[in-house]
Design a protein around this ligand. Structure first.
Ligand code: F3S
Length: 361
């Protein structure tokens, strides 16, 4: 990788996040390759989501053959010393994995965006094998987002409306990714977003485009020297509304929240919205196992409605999504990937509307 990208040298990394975990994506060849590897990681390393809830896969309608192969993938990674937390939000479960100015080798695009833009760390978007290599040697080649010269803001974006909630920020990210494609946008907002909104924004931009770093005043520190923007873009309510319009008339057979994986605060909001209600169509809430375990009271409250809190996986990487045709979600990232990777029609709605859709005929 260093030779390909002209890197001068290798630099140490603080942590690694390894993708290529869902058996659906890697298949027999991937399983064989990982199983043959020998060695042990030398820095804290964590897995991206797998193709199923590792404990309650039965509950998702996953067949035994897939489950057995998926567990073999997990065991092979564990033999290398990688922590099988299986989440795209490693920063939510262990704040020691990444801090400001740390160099990392993370794989999952929304986690990469969050690390670069919100935490202030530096990481390229690693492929599965390059992340694994970084975990085994504790180093990565010095190129791309590890260098200040590639972190300069490229586009200036003005947003003329007040955005509220992850779905609004997902819609904004969806639009910016489509327009900017592969730059480092500097975004001017009317209000300061919270961390859930930032994770939704970065996830959507990385999916509809390939943006791994964005700037928001008082959140991301910009490099000291940069000379102007390539382009200035203005977006307003009608642009944001156009993303939601895709949902009109979508008669969903499932509603799914938690792309990227839900935080404690999102579980609390969902629990409150579901109080005293029963679902009338399938409702998945995807989160990291550690978040579910430390919030077991919220999980119980949510599941009392008939909804499923699903750990270790998500609506995009699990083959269980194949059982459905139309999905409503509050995620701009899932809005991009469900039709393209899963052949499922998708619509975007706010968390409140998602819960209403799941609980009202
Ligand atoms: Fe995470 Fe799956 Fe979305 S890996 S960012 S929940 S597509």
């Amino acid at each position: 990788m260093g030779d390909i990208y002209g890197a001068e040298r290798l630099i140490p990394v603080k942590s690694v996040q390894v993708a290529g975990v869902s058996f659906r994506n890697i298949g027999e060849a991937g399983l064989e390759w990982i199983s043959d590897l020998k060695g042990h990681v030398v820095v804290p390393s964590i897995l991206n989501p797998a193709g199923m809830d590792l404990r309650r896969w039965n509950n998702m309608g996953i067949d035994e053959e897939f489950a057995s192969k998926q567990m073999k993938v997990i065991e092979a990674y564990e033999r290398l010393g990688i922590f099988a937390a299986c989440t795209c939000t490693p920063y939510q479960i262990n704040s020691c994995l990444a801090n400001r100015n740390d160099h990392l080798a993370w794989s999952e695009s929304s986690a990469v965006s969050y690390a670069n833009s919100v935490i202030g760390a530096c990481t390229n978007r690693e492929g599965g094998p390059s992340a694994l290599a970084a975990a085994l040697v504790g180093k990565t080649p010095l190129y791309g987002y590890h260098l200040d010269e590639n972190r300069k803001p490229t586009h200036e974006i003005f947003v003329d409306m007040e955005l509220n909630g992850s779905s609004d920020f997902g819609a904004l990210g969806y639009l910016i990714g489509k327009i900017v494609k592969a730059g480092n946008p500097s975004i001017h907002l009317n209000k300061m977003p919270d961390t859930d909104e930032l994770k939704a924004l970065g996830a959507a931009m990385a999916a509809s485009g390939s943006i791994a770093l964005y700037y928001i005043k008082r959140i991301t520190t910009s490099p000291s020297k940069y000379s102007g923007f390539n382009e200035t873009i203005s977006l307003d309510k009608k642009d944001i509304d156009s993303v939601f319009e895709k949902s009109v008339g979508l008669d969903a057979d499932i509603v799914a929240l938690g792309c990227p994986h839900c935080s404690h605060s999102e579980l609390a909001q969902i629990g409150k919205m579901l109080e005293g209600k029963k679902i009338c169509r399938d409702l998945w809430i995807c989160t990291a196992r550690q978040i579910a375990e430390t919030n077991s009271d919220l999980v119980e409250k949510i599941e009392r409605s008939g909804a499923k809190v699903i750990c270790d996986t998500c609506m995009v990487v699990s083959p269980a999504t194949d059982h459905y045709k139309k999905m409503i979600t509050n995620s701009g990232k899932a809005l991009v990937y469900l039709p393209t990777l899963c052949n499922v029609e998708a619509g975007l709605a706010s968390m409140e509307e998602c819960i209403r859709c799941a609980t009202e005929e």
